[in-house]
Structure formats: structure tokens, C-alpha cells
Design a protein around this ligand. Structure first.
Ligand SMILES: NC(=O)c1ccc[n+]([C@@H]2O[C@H](COP(=O)([O-])OP(=O)(O)OC[C@H]3O[C@@H](n4cnc5c(N)ncnc54)[C@H](O)[C@@H]3O)[C@@H](O)[C@H]2O)c1
Length: 325
């Protein structure tokens, strides 16, 4: 039987990535679209030909829900959907703080085992290949990692986008929102969460922002890996988004937009690009794993709630360190 899905939250990431992935898949059926915003609901319902609802509580007869909602809404909806016996694919971050995430304690083990967290880029074959290179010692070790995560430029011609980002900033610095992904990649690549957060900094580039829009920290990972991570939003221009991994034997540059890898071992330079584009391959792989969970092919979600909470815990520790400077 093809699982029936409700897509909940019809904003940027839902319409730009989840909906296209759902429409590409032959293994799921979109049975409901949910958003309190009538205009978004009607235009998505018209495009997809599925019924739409202002609230998830009105939806009946679906096996799974994809939650593409703001993080301050997502936590409660995870509990509501899992308690209703549904499988859940919930966007990161799973909450805006560990205190908010306490609401998830209401879930039983059985309900938790139905929740997959949208740490989408964990599914990228580029990260799997880089992890292999590190494990094979192609770079040597210990490693120095410089992560420059700059996203969401302030575009003066799109004030609605800037207003939405400023609203998101009320719920935490960029590290709270972007760190969920980045610290999940680093745990995956470097063998676990950071042992220590050495120092942090933050900077607001204009007055009136609820939180600083630039922030950074230095973290110690297993096996002596040192990570210097910076996160930035809402400046009129942005530095390149990229991650550099340097060891005694080699250097890898990860393009932040495409996840193309460039490995330089001092003798030769190897470039690896993956097809199709990063969003398509990651959202498709993520959805495949969710379908496998719903149909019983996969016994446990991947990434699961524990992964989502671990990434949130690191983001929160880092944000505290950054805010303390
Ligand atoms: N996985 C990724 O690569 C990725 C990329 C971008 C954003 N995100 C995450 O996805 C989430 C959504 O981001 P976005 O940029 O699409 O935000 P957005 O503001 O564009 O969209 C959120 C939508 O949710 C709707 N909504 C709010 N409350 C709701 C409720 N109770 N029920 C149903 N819908 C509700 C809003 O009306 C809006 O349409 C955020 O947590 C963000 O961090 C993930």
C-alpha cells in the first residue's frame, strides 16, 4: 500500500524541496496540505490537486506527516502527530532550545521510533565519501576544520525575506538554526559530538536585531580535531560558504552550496561532484528512508530524535558560549 502523506507548513523549504521530492516519488501519495495561511494553502492545493486544511488536527487518514514548519511550532506538532499514531519527518531544528524540546519527553519509545529528523544533508553521499577519506587516513590527523556557513543574504529588494529572517533571529542566533545541520555533519565525520567548546564570539552588524547575526566558536572533537565554525545571515553581501578540512597529508575543500569535494594531497588534486544537485539528491534520499520507515523496510529512523537533540544540544552550548562573549 502506498503511504498517504500530509505536508504541513507550505513555506520556502516545503514548496522548494519537500513538495518536489514528494511529487518525484512513486512510493508516496500526497493526501493533505496544511498551512494556516489561506493564500499558500490555496495555491499549493491548486498545483497539487490535494485537499488543504488550516490545521493538522483536521486531517484524517494519513500514515505520515512531513513537518516543514518553523521550529517554535514543530516541537508541538511532532508530539501531536506521533501521539496520533503517525510517522513523522520533522524539519530541523526539532526545537528552538533543549527546554522547549522537553515536550518530546511525552513520547513513548514506540512513538519516538516513528520520528525521523530532517537533518537532510546527512544523507549526502559527499559526506559518506569524506568520512571514508578521513577514516582511511588520506588527510592524516589531527584535523583543523574551518567552517564558514554563510547563508540568507539581506536582499533589499525582498523585504519580506529579511523580515522573516529577523523574526527567526528572535528565536536564536544563526547557529541555533544552521548549527543543527552543521554539528550533525561534524559528529558524523569526526566520530561524535565535541568534547569541549573553547570559546565563542558574536556580532550584530546593524542596530535593532533581536540577536547577533554573525557568530562563531572553536570546538574540540574526538582525536584532536579542532573546528573553527562561523555562521552568518543578513548582511548585504556574504563570504563564500565552504568547509575546509586540513590534516598533515592533505586538504579537502567542501563547497557549501553543492557539496562538491576537492581533495589535494600535495601530489595531485581530485575533484568529486555528485549528481543530481545537492538538494534533489538529499531530499530524495531522505524521503526514501522515511518511506522505508513507514513501510517497515527500515526498523529505526535515521537520523532519529536523539540525533536531532544532540545537534540541538551542541548548537545551544555553542550559542551560550557565543552569547557570553
Ligand atoms: N532541511 C533543510 O535543508 C532546510 C532548509 C531550509 C529551512 N529548513 C527548516 O525548515 C523549517 C521551515 O523553514 P522555511 O524557510 O520553509 O520557513 P517558512 O516561514 O517559509 O515556512 C513555514 C510555514 O509553516 C507555516 N506554519 C506555521 N505554523 C503552522 C502550523 N501550526 N501548521 C501548519 N503550518 C504552519 C507558515 O504559515 C509557513 O507557511 C525551519 O525549521 C527551517 O530551519 C530546513
Amino acid at each position: 500500500m502506498t503511504p498517504a502523506i500530509a505536508l504541513v507548513g507550505l513555506g520556502d523549504i516545503a514548496l522548494g524541496a519537500h513538495l518536489p521530492a514528494l511529487l518525484r516519488s512513486h512510493d508516496v501519495r500526497i493526501a493533505a496540505l496544511v498551512d494556516p495561511d489561506a493564500e499558500r494553502r490555496e495555491s499549493a492545493a491548486f498545483a497539487v490537486g490535494a485537499p488543504s486544511y488550516p490545521d493538522l488536527s483536521e486531517v484524517d487518514g494519513v500514515d505520515g506527516v512531513v513537518l516543514a514548519t518553523p521550529p517554535w511550532v514543530t516541537t508541538g506538532l511532532v508530539v501531536e502527530a506521533a501521539k496520533a499514531g503517525r510517522f513523522v519527518l520533522a524539519e530541523k531544528p526539532i526545537a528552538t532550545s533543549l527546554a522547549e524540546a522537553k515536550a518530546l519527553d511525552a513520547l513513548t519509545e514506540h512513538e519516538r521510533a516513528r520520528v525521523q529528523v530532517g537533518l537532510t544533508y546527512r544523507h549526502d553521499p559527499a559526506l559518506e565519501l569524506l568520512r571514508e577519506w578521513i577514516a582511511e587516513g588520506r588527510l592524516g590527523g589531527p584535523l583543523l576544520v574551518r567552517a564558514h556557513i554563510y547563508d540568507e543574504r539581506r536582499d533589499e529588494s525582498d523585504p519580506a525575506h529579511a523580515a522573516r529572517l529577523e523574526e527567526t533571529l528572535r528565536h536564536g542566533m544563526p547557529v541555533v538554526h544552521e548549527g543543527a545541520h552543521v554539528f550533525d555533519w561534524f559528529s558524523f565525520l569526526f566520530g561524535g559530538p565535541p568534547s569541549e567548546i573553547r570559546d565563542g564570539w558574536s556580532l550584530a552588524t546593524r542596530q535593532g536585531l533581536a540577536e547577533p547575526n554573525l557568530c562563531g566558536a572553536r570546538l574540540d572533537y574526538p582525536q584532536g580535531t579542532v573546528v573553527l565554525a562561523e555562521f552568518g545571515w543578513l548582511t548585504g553581501a556574504l563570504p563564500r560558504c565552504e568547509i575546509s578540512v586540513l590534516g598533515d597529508r592533505g586538504h579537502v575543500l567542501i563547497d557549501g552550496g553543492t557539496f562538491d569535494l576537492t581533495l589535494d594531497d600535495g601530489r595531485s588534486v581530485e575533484k568529486v561532484a555528485f549528481e543530481p544537485d545537492r538538494a534533489t539528491r538529499c531530499f530524495d534520499r531522505q524521503l526514501t528512508r522515511f518511506v522505508e520507515l513507514m513501510t517497515g523496510v527500515r526498523r529505526a529512523p535515521s537520523p532519529d530524535l536523539a540525533d536531532g537533540l544532540a545537534a540541538l544540544a551542541t548548537s545551544e552550548r555553542v550559542a551560550t558560549e557565543m552569547g557570553a562573549r
